[in-house]
Design a protein around this ligand. Structure first.
Ligand code: HPA
Length: 248
């Protein structure tokens, strides 16, 4: 079964035929909300709204461990993350889609591992390629079939939030090699890897990052909402295709 974690702008999947909702408790606490089970184009899908269904959980307070654990224990064999981001690279305008291939983690103070039991030997996961290559490929192929332009590759900078960045911070992220910036990509991707769950993301550029283009003086929130509303329609089309192509 495919799991989809929806971010800002995607608290529900319009194309999901909902069959049931289930509240799951985990050894790591409560996930962001009930898991929604259903079908998209005949494929079984489980959906979770990362920030809660009322969009009330800020990025640094999301229980990433509970979310990933709950999805796996509900039967998910792979996870697609939908996330909104700021565009750092000059050609990544609001509305652009990116399937990132790398991550730089600037978050702090988040529960970022399942392996912290001091009674057991230390576990290190390989994270050279943070996203699953096959799932990225399927995502890109699905976007192509759906007629949605999605950039193949990009470096995702995960910042702590919930505030947006300063212009100088964005300049620094760019010097570090980041193309897009968001607040939820980590530790989510690493936790999925710890549980050996293939994980890939589709990032929707909601705004130019701080200090860039029309965000030169400030980031305008009304514009973000409008951009996300429109772009999430495209994301849903990609997910439709993905489910058609997907054989778990
Ligand atoms: N910065 C961080 N996270 C974001 C942004 C941004 O500009 N836009 C959407 N999520």
């Amino acid at each position: 079964m495919l799991a989809i974690i929806g971010g800002s702008g995607l608290t529900q999947l319009a194309n999901l035929d909902v069959m049931r909702r289930e509240v799951v408790r985990t050894p790591f606490g409560e996930p962001s909300g009930a898991l929604t089970f259903g079908r998209v184009g005949g494929e079984a899908v489980v959906f979770l709204a990362r920030h809660g269904y009322g969009q009330t959980i800020p990025p640094h307070m999301v229980n990433y461990r509970a979310n990933i654990w709950a999805l796996q224990h509900a039967g998910a064999a792979k996870v697609i993350s939908v996330a909104s981001v700021g565009g750092i690279r000059a050609d990544l305008h609001p509305g652009a889609m990116v399937v990132p291939h790398q991550i730089i983690d600037y978050t702090w103070g988040r529960k970022a591992t399942y392996f912290e039991d001091t009674e057991r030997p230390v576990v290190h996961i390989d994270f050279t390629e943070p996203y699953d290559a096959r799932l990225r490929h399927t995502l890109l192929e699905s976007a192509k079939t759906a007629g949605v332009d999605a950039l193949d590759g990009g470096v995702y900078a995960a910042t702590q939030g919930p505030r947006l960045e300063t212009a100088a911070e964005i300049n620094r992220l760019e010097r570090d090699g980041a193309d897009i910036v968001g607040m939820t990509g980590m530790p989510e991707a690493a936790l999925a890897r710890e549980l050996k769950l293939p994980y890939a993301a589709i990032a929707v550029v909601a705004n130019h990052a701080a200090g860039r283009a029309d965000s030169a003086q400030a980031i305008h929130f009304t514009q973000i909402d409008a951009t996300l509303r429109q772009a999430m329609g495209q994301v849903r089309r990609v997910i439709d295709e993905l489910c058609r192509n997907s054989r778990p």
